[in-house]
Design a protein around this ligand. Structure first.
Ligand code: HQG
Length: 180
């Protein structure tokens, strides 16, 4: 995505995942908000976005963070929320192994207690080691953990896959984690 949209995209992430009130908005129970409402709310908050710019951001966002509804009249974030919403994703069968990127300073805690969702609704897992490294870098010196997702699923842990390919689960107990 071109650099010019980074600030706008960050503001959209903030509003559609964490603080809709910053743009005077309320999300519905599945995280959707009307596009007209969003554009008006952002403008009022000092972040003017045209409809064409919004379409470009949705299409070109590096992680495909946002999606329009089928009729194009509503928009939501694909994952990563801290506000109370239910994305209503269908449970999905995960690949045998998934990856989680974190920072080395969290490792001791994670080895002891496993992965928990912290401020978000789920633990976020990546399909590839490369993506996990990028996720881990956001927190410090990256470490990648391999998650025995297939075994977890067979033991009854539900998994979901967001519209942008992020795997989600409620928690990962330590016995399913390995340093990758
Ligand atoms: C860690 C970004 C101590 C966990 C990314 C992580 C992702 C523990 C941090 C998405 C722990 C939470 C999510 C435990 C977990 N003790 N630390 N028991 N359990 N942690 O940001 O997975 O750019 O909430 O390892 O690309 O880093 O927002 O989660 O380091 O897809 O679209 O607690 O966010 O996407 O951090 O990232 P986060 P995450 P976006």
């Amino acid at each position: 995505m071109s650099k010019g949209y980074t600030r706008t995209s960050k503001f959209l992430s903030l509003v559609l995942r964490h603080e809709p009130a910053k743009a005077g908005l309320t999300l519905d129970s599945s995280g959707w908000v009307g596009v007209d409402e969003l554009l008006a709310g952002c403008a009022a908050a000092g972040v003017a976005i045209t409809r064409a710019e919004l379409a470009k951001i949705v299409a070109q966002n590096d992680k495909q963070r946002f999606a329009f509804s089928d009729n194009g009249q509503r928009i939501r974030a694909n994952q990563g929320h801290s506000v109370e919403i239910d994305l209503k994703l269908a449970p999905a069968v995960p690949p045998e192994h998934l990856f989680h990127g974190t920072a080395d300073r969290f490792l001791a805690q994670i080895r002891r207690h496993g992965l928990s969702k912290q401020q978000r609704h789920h633990v976020h897992l990546s399909a590839t080691r490369e993506t996990a490294i990028e996720v881990g870098k956001r927190h410090g010196r990256p470490v990648v953990l391999r998650v025995a997702a297939g075994e977890m699923a067979r033991q009854g842990h539900p998994f979901y896959c967001s519209a942008n390919g992020v795997w989600l689960t409620d928690s990962v107990p330590p016995q399913f984690l390995d340093e990758a």
